[in-house]
Design a protein around this ligand. Structure first.
Ligand SMILES: [Cu+2]
Length: 147
């Protein structure tokens, strides 16, 4: 009996620390977007806790957040007041705090092989683009990374 209680308490502590470690992020998506759900799953397995919002008017939302049409993709996330557009890898989302000059970052389009866009062995090259407050595009990362 005591053992069970202690175990329950331990599980509670573990769950609390996991919840604490996860970084909250808001994701807005169309109800029928499959690859958006895949990207959400990818975020969750990589230390983010996702607030999933089904948004009927994505284009209005993108416009409000300042996502330039040339950068647009399917879903739009918001973290720390900045937008994260499309299938952006978690590395660039984590580094976003180090870029006060940016309004947001984007992986334009839906490149095969980007997180949530896994299509067998298909790998398109793609970039993560930052948008500055002055409206200038800045390449933040190139994929696939050469090693
Ligand atoms: Cu997508």
């Amino acid at each position: 009996m005591h053992k069970v209680l202690r175990l329950t308490a331990l599980v509670g502590v573990l769950m609390a620390s996991i919840a604490q470690a996860a970084t909250p992020i808001n994701v807005y998506r169309d109800p029928n977007c499959g690859c958006c759900k895949s990207w959400i799953k990818y975020l969750e397995t990589n230390g983010f806790s996702v607030n999933d919002h089904v948004e009927p008017n994505m284009s209005a939302l993108k416009e409000r957040l300042g996502v330039a049409p040339r950068l647009s993709s399917c879903h739009t996330a918001v973290i720390g007041g900045k937008f994260v557009e499309g299938h952006v890898p978690v590395e660039q989302i984590r580094e976003l705090v180090q870029h006060p000059e940016l309004v947001g970052i984007a992986t334009p389009g839906m490149p095969a092989g980007s997180p949530g866009m896994e299509m067998g062995r298909a790998r398109q090259t793609y970039q993560v683009i930052g948008l500055t407050h002055d409206g200038v595009d800045e390449v933040v990362a190139d994929y696939p990374t050469t090693q």
